[in-house]
Design a protein around this ligand. Structure first.
Ligand code: N7H
Length: 502
């Protein structure tokens, strides 16, 4: 229980959300910000894991009643708030230094920082310097707020409030209450009559708005999402009947838990690194490509819906969630819709799920003898539905942009998000040692999130063509535009009340 009251709820078990606002902030006055943050946390402003468990229980209890009375709008709506900091944000409150050499000159400071500095080079650098610097992200494609700017070329985002709710009006109320608490002029404390300070402790350089689609549970490409998450030893009920995937040590997600060997300072315990990624999805283009290439779907001639089959082979699940590994031919068995009970056996073949399918790249299960890159995903779609005009011209309208506000948590960004995208998704040759079945370009790139460097082979995927051990190689387009993001740390409640605000 102590742990559940100390962990922020979005990390685990996840905040219930149909809509979400990401309030990205820049700290202007570190000391006053700390005072306001401490009072915010002390009155229970941050939603803990225990709060989130209670909220989920209430929603479940309220649902049958609401449905019985045909009042879905009355379904219990509970808003949640979490907070996370970038390394510049920790710097602004005096808890992170960038220039180690500079610090070493001051012996007292050096000792404090050596003990208390958060480890993790990528966190220190931030996403822009990491992913643009390494050539993965194209700076032309990023939203301007993720670029460093100003005279000193500084990163613009110091932290983020993640605000969630199941109803828009509750969300708006919660967002306003945060703005009020942090922006108000001292002395004007009344609800709704507060005056915004001319010289506020923080600013919001970017606000992003997410909401689940009308086709609830499905992301914009139409796939059921949020099915597979790692089960965490010590937190989740691991006595499940499904055989896969095996539970993992909670140290893969949480700092200083069993399985985390980053050597973080004591204050970081129960915290987790949050990666935020702003991903635009080109939905009409994806649909057009599937239509144009459906005859290349594996065993297309015997399929009554080759377009859907092709989509399923790229993802590793049919759009209704049915794992291709459990049914490579159709998606009609309701007992398989959200199944997670598969491990890609036999792992030297891919005549069911392609080696390079998104879910096989991102969680290789039986392909590896142990899990070493595991994340918990907490993203939400953004943007509207495809319009009739976009459907007609089969092209996305940038005025009506849509995509995924991707969030994931891990205890080490290099071994988590960064490893998954750069070493696995974007690497044509992963999973390796599958050479009997592949040509020179390996299993292929992840069709959904794989990124290509200049010297990489053209985007393609190997698919089984039914004539074992040969396969068909299929050229791919790109339907996800990487618009940037940031690296954060989501601290525990104790850290927020103590070390970080002292
Ligand atoms: Fe992916 N999608 O909605 O189409 N993802 N993902 N993802 N993803 C998964 O199993 C999607 C992205 C993972 O345990 C499903 O819950 C889209 C990034 C992991 O079997 C679907 C985008 C990263 C898994 C999608 C996107 C990951 C996973 C199947 C971008 C990591 C679990 C539903 C626009 C860096 C694998 C499910 C497992 C599953 C979609 C991005 C990782 C449908 C559209 C950037 C670990």
């Amino acid at each position: 229980v102590a742990r559940k009251a100390n962990i922020q709820g979005d990390i685990w078990p996840g905040l219930p959300k149909r809509c979400q606002t990401f309030l990205f902030f820049k700290i202007r006055k570190g000391d006053e910000f700390k005072t306001r943050l401490r009072s915010f946390v002390e009155v229970g402003g941050i939603t803990t894991a225990q709060d989130a468990l209670d909220m989920k229980k209430k929603i479940l209890e309220a649902k049958p009643q609401a449905i019985q009375h045909c009042r879905p709008a009355k379904i219990q709506s509970l808003a949640g708030v979490n907070i996370a900091f970038t390394s510049t944000g920790l710097g602004a409150i005096g808890k992170f230094v960038f220039d180690e050499a500079g610090v070493k000159k001051d012996r007292a400071l050096s000792k404090v920082f050596r003990n208390n500095q958060l480890r993790g080079g990528l966190f220190g650098k931030g996403m822009f310097s990491d992913l643009v610097g390494e050539g993965w992200d194209d700076p032309q494609e990023l939203r301007k707020e993720y670029h460093p700017s100003g005279e000193r070329n500084q990163r613009q985002i110091d932290g983020v409030f993640l605000v969630t709710a199941s109803r828009e009006d509750d969300l708006a109320r919660k967002v306003n209450s945060i703005k009020e608490h942090f922006l108000k002029e001292p002395g004007y404390g009344e609800v709704d009559t507060y005056r915004v300070s001319n010289d506020p402790v923080l600013e919001f350089p970017l606000i992003r708005q997410g909401r689940t689609r009308p086709d609830k549970g499905k992301e914009h490409f139409g796939f059921e999402d949020g099915i597979s998450q790692p089960l965490l030893e010590g937190l989740d009920d691991v006595n499940i009947k499904d055989k896969d995937p095996k539970p993992v040590k909670s140290g893969m997600i949480f700092a200083k838990h069993d399985g985390d060997d980053m050597g973080q300072p004591d204050w970081a315990e129960d915290g987790s690194f949050l990666v935020f990624r702003d991903l635009q999805q080109l939905v009409p283009e994806f649909e057009k490509w599937l239509e144009d290439n459906k005859h290349k779907a594996p065993f297309a001639e015997s399929s009554n819906n080759p377009k859907e089959k092709l989509a399923a082979y790229l993802m590793g699940r049919w759009r209704n969630g049915t794992p291709v590994d459990e049914n490579p031919h159709d998606d009609t068995d309701p007992s398989l819709f959200r199944s997670n009970n598969f491990d890609f056996q036999p792992v030297n073949k891919h005549d069911k799920c392609p080696f390079a399918a998104h879910i096989r790249k991102m969680r290789p299960r039986g392909d590896l003898d142990h899990d070493h890159a595991v994340i918990i995903r907490r993203g939400i779609p953004y943007g509207g539905e495809v319009s009739p005009e976009e459907k007609a011209v089969q092209k996305s309208d940038d005025e009506n942009e849509r995509g995924l506000l991707f969030v994931c948590y891990q205890s080490d960004i290099r071994n988590g998000f960064n490893f998954l995208t750069t070493r696995w998704a974007s690497n044509h040759y992963f999973p390796d040692r599958k050479s009997n079945f592949i040509d020179d370009h390996g299993p292929g790139i992840d069709a959904i999130v794989g990124q290509k460097l200049d010297h990489h082979p053209p985007r393609s995927i190997g698919l089984p063509d039914g004539k074992d051990p040969t396969e068909a190689r299929l050229d791919l387009d790109r339907w996800v535009i990487h618009k940037g993001g940031e690296y954060f740390f989501s601290p525990s409640i104790n850290a927020l009340k103590g070390y970080l605000t002292s």
